[in-house]
Every structure is written in C-alpha cells, then in structure tokens.
Design a protein around this ligand. Structure first.
Ligand code: NAI
Ligand code: MG
Length: 352
C-alpha cells in the first residue's frame, strides 16, 4: 500500500483543534482509496518559543525535509510579536523549501452565505496565485538615525526575474487547465521599478500561453472588483504583499476567514509543500472546541491533490459541501451552534 509521511505542525491556539479533524478525515478517505498516511507531529509554536527562545529547533527544516508534505494549523500568540513567530517558522519553511506558490482557492459554497450580495455558489470560483518567496516581504533595509529628526525606515522590495517568471508560469499553466483567464495584479503607476518589471514579465509569459485570455489591473481597482464582480475571475496572479491582502479580501467574499484554505507549493517537488488554513490561532476562541475546521479540511484536500490523489480530495470536499448545503450542522462563525467535533463527525458520517 502506498504510504505518505506527513509532518504536522499544530502550532498555537486553535491550530491543533483544526489539525486533529483534518487527520481524522484524511485517514478515512485514504483508507477508502487504498493509501495510508503517517504523521510525525512537531510542537513548533509560540509556546515552544516561550520555553526555549526559538520557534523551532536549529535543525528543524532538516527534520521535515524528507516528508511528503507538511500540514500546519496556525502559529501566533499574544506575547510573542507576530513578526517573530512568522519569521521564526513559516517564512523559513516557505523559503528554504522553495514553496514559491501560495495557492488560495476562493469558492462560494452552498450553505455559506457571502456577505456580498450577488456572490452566488456555482458562480464565484477562482484562485489567487500569490508569489510566496520574495517581493515586498524582504529583510533588506533598515532603521536609520533613530531618535533624530532624520529617523527613517527603508524596506526594500526584491523582485528577481527567476522568482517572478516561475510564479507567473504556474499561474498561466493553471489558467490553461482551468477557465483560460488570468488577471495580473499590478501597481505600475505608483511603484515605478518593480511593478513595470512585473508587467513586462507577465506580457512575456502571456506570449508563451496564447490560449489564456489575460489582463492586468491596478491592485486598488482590483480589490474593488473582487468585491463587486467576484464571478468574473478565474486565476489572479499577484506579488507577495498584493496576493496576501487580496486573498484575505477574497476569502471574506467567499464567506469568511475560517473556511479559507491555502497551499504553499514547491511545484518541482524537490521539497515538501505545506498546507494550512488561512486563519490564525484565534486566541479569542481557543480551547473552547468551537473552531471551524473547514479551512483545515479544505487545505488537507488540497494536500491530497498534490500527493496525486485528487479523487480522494474531491470525496473529502464533497462530504464537507454536503454538510454545509444541508445547513443543519454548522459552526458558530457560520451562524450555527455546532462545535468542532460535531461538525467533523457530520463530515465523517458522509464518508464511506
Ligand atoms: P485569526 O484568523 O486568528 O482570527 C480572526 C477572527 O476570526 C477571530 O475572531 C477568530 O475567532 C476568527 N476565526 C479564525 N479562524 C476561525 C475558525 N477556524 N473558526 C471560527 N472562527 C475563526 O486572526 P488574528 O486574530 O488576526 O490573529 C491571531 C494570531 O494568529 C496572531 O498571532 C497572528 O499573527 C496569527 N496568524 C497566524 C496565521 C498563520 O499561522 N498562517 C495567519 C493569520 C494570523
Ligand atoms: Mg495574510
């Protein structure tokens, strides 16, 4: 039987509360489809930071380098600055493992009302492809002349030809396999070096994919359109910062941050890819058993796709969709009363 080794990193707060349901559902569909998953759990978190001064051990990346995939809950906790937890764990994994695509599907599901009137199930279904390794999130720069009237902070954006080309290639290729439309997020009117470069590389890539109909929009106008006309999008490709903001906005259009999934992909498969819900550790509801596990379940189904079992991933999501569409059992963030376990049991009940 085919075996996959998964590294799980529950993280902080509700992270663990949503990873447990994900592995339970994964095991069920895996058994049905004739493969098996084994899990190695790592306690890398802010809690670990509080005890040891580090989010993960020094050889952390080596310990998970040979796993088939990483499944992560959420990381972050009051008392540890968010940039410490992010740069101490998530960003090293994303960068060292060349997970340069952050993929975020945005789908309005039946039974999950969108706050946007007119955003209907079956109509809103697109993906945001966010560059995940470079761009605006860089360490280059600094704080100068502290405490003087000349004090200033400089933050460099770094866009490399290779880094931009590979994420664009992924986006155009994905558009070819989906609806054949791609929108590039830009801001080349205000950002005069990196964004015109981005635009040029988009045009170069587009010439290699003549079947894809593409356009580009300034990020501010695009944000408005994602709210006003979400059904018109198929694939949106964006730099690290633009993609980060746009995908949370788009997740809200699809009914909330608690349901949104994401994949950090190393498309060449030289390193493990990492799957994680978009939401954070939700300190306000942690420990109460009320977290919505949907974002984690959906991310886990993306992991099955990536491992080469799309039919198993689809079965998992069909069960989730069925529970939501019926509407009897839903979590509080979606207006229901169910806890995490009750929702998960309902999903399991619909699986063979
Ligand atoms: P958050 O996503 O943790 O929570 C925002 C709001 O959404 C809260 O009211 C929370 O209760 C609710 N919520 C989130 N996920 C939910 C779920 N599955 N079910 C029901 N309700 C849910 O974002 P926040 O509060 O800004 O961040 C909290 C911590 O999480 C911070 O330390 C932050 O840095 C970290 N964080 C970590 C992320 C990650 O690990 N990738 C992503 C975002 C935030
Ligand atoms: Mg974000």
């Amino acid at each position: 039987m085919q075996q996959y080794r998964i590294a799980t990193i529950p993280g902080d707060g509700i992270g663990g509360e949503v990873v447990t349901p994900a592995t339970a559902v994964l095991d069920r569909v895996a058994a049905h489809h004739g493969f098996a998953l084994s899990y190695d759990e790592f306690d890398w978190s802010c809690e670990r930071f509080a005890h040891t001064g580090a989010m993960m051990p020094e050889d952390g990346l080596d310990r998970i380098r040979h796993h088939d995939a990483v499944l992560l809950g959420a990381v972050g906790w009051p008392g540890v600055p968010d940039h410490v937890s992010l740069w101490g764990l998530l960003i090293p994994i994303r960068r060292e493992f060349h997970q340069y695509v952050n993929l975020r599907p945005i789908t309005v599901l039946e039974g999950v009302p969108s706050p946007v009137t007119g955003a209907l199930p079956g109509e809103v279904d697109f993906v945001v492809v966010r560059e995940n390794n470079e761009g605006e999130y860089s360490r280059e720069g600094g704080r100068f002349d502290r405490g003087t009237p000349r004090e200033r902070a400089v933050q460099e954006s770094v866009f490399t030809r290779r880094g931009v080309e590979r994420v664009l290639e992924y986006g155009f290729d994905l558009a070819e396999r989906r609806g054949g439309r791609l929108t590039s997020a830009t801001k080349s009117n205000g950002i005069v070096h990196t964004m015109p470069f981005w635009d040029e590389l988009v045009a170069e890539r587009a010439a290699l994919h003549p079947d894809v109909v593409w356009d580009q929009e300034h990020i501010d106008a695009l944000a408005a359109k994602v709210v006003l006309e979400p059904a018109r999008f198929d694939v949106i490709v964006a730099s690290n910062l633009f993609g980060d903001i746009l995908s949370d906005l788009a997740a809200a259009v699809a009914g909330g941050i608690g349901i949104a999934p994401s994949a950090n992909l190393n498309p060449e498969r030289e390193y493990p890819s990492m799957f994680e819900p978009v939401h954070g550790s939700a300190p306000d509801i942690a420990g109460r058993g009320v977290a919505n596990p949907l974002g984690a379940l959906w991310s886990a189904s993306m992991m099955l796709d990536h491992l080469g079992h799309p039919e198993a991933g689809r079965q998992m999501m069909d069960a989730v969709r069925a529970v939501l569409a019926e509407g009897r059992v839903r979590t509080r963030d979606l207006g229901g009363e169910a806890g995490t376990d009750e929702f998960t049991s309902e999903v399991l009940r619909r699986l063979p």
